[in-house]
Design a protein around this ligand. Sequence first.
Ligand code: UD1
Length: 301
Amino acid sequence: IEDKTVVITGGAGFIGSHIADALVSENDVRVLDDCSTGYQENVPEGAELVSGDVRDEDVVSAAIEDADLVFHEAAEVSVQRSVEQPKRSNEVNVGGTLNVLEAARDADARVVLASSCAIYGVPDSVPLSETERLGPRSPYGVDKAAIDSYAEVYHEQYGLETVALRYFNAYGPRQTAGEYSGVISIFLDQARRGEPITVEGEGDQTRDFIHVSDVVRANLAAATTDAVGESYNVGTGEETSVLTLAETVKRAADSDSDIVHVEGREGDIPRSVADLSKSRESLGYEPTVSLEEGLRTLVDE
Ligand code: UD1
């Protein structure tokens, strides 16, 4: 990808800033971010930072007006927080995406957007293929199911080139550790401080943990594929329980932390792992970083 005008919403955040890194040298990269959870320091040199909220239609359309390609990563990413504030989650995640899709329609830009495996809810079986019935269990999952469908409908109705990437559980550098952050950043932070590693529930719930560099690879493939108007799983195909994760993080960080059990989450997804057949076939996507390896490099940072 070169000589394009690329807009990355959420480009000061975790995944968006890594996409910006990958594109900034060969393209005009503009980041749209309100820095509510992202950081200006994450935006690579050479990229333009436009401060703004995706809920603001005017800001979004001005940022995307001359774009060739949009990566829409801005979102309220916490499932927990969506349970506490479902309306806010919808406004950011669904309302924000509609602003992006409308602006992209006007600009005739391709949109690659961040969907989620949370849309599958409690699956009948794993691994999860894209044809699995959707059954979101949280307001966040409903938001992502909606935008995943909007992406397809914008392609069918308006001919917009859209690709929805159903991210499994992404981790890596710049994922901040906070109450509402991803489990790996929380566990690593606890392990480093020697504080108890807090496994919620039994820890037998599973996830497919994918390193952000593989997420970026999937995005770059989605930006050039002919197979648009489609949704693709972006994971590793490896299923890891949260308890195993806790032990693996503890080992990788060479930590003395205890592993403790705290109350589980209401409506938590019990099992999740990606079937990658479709992504391999149509995107040529192949994960490259194992969990052990990804954790090791994260610890060394
Ligand atoms: C995460 C993402 C979401 C993405 C989804 C795909 C975040 C904040 N959320 O949601 O954007 O779409 O993956 O599946 O990154 N847990 C503990 N102890 C803790 C924290 C979490 O045991 O201290 C457990 C949770 O109960 C859950 C699992 O770890 O079972 C994963 O939690 P979390 O990292 O919040 O991810 P998801 O809810 O899967």
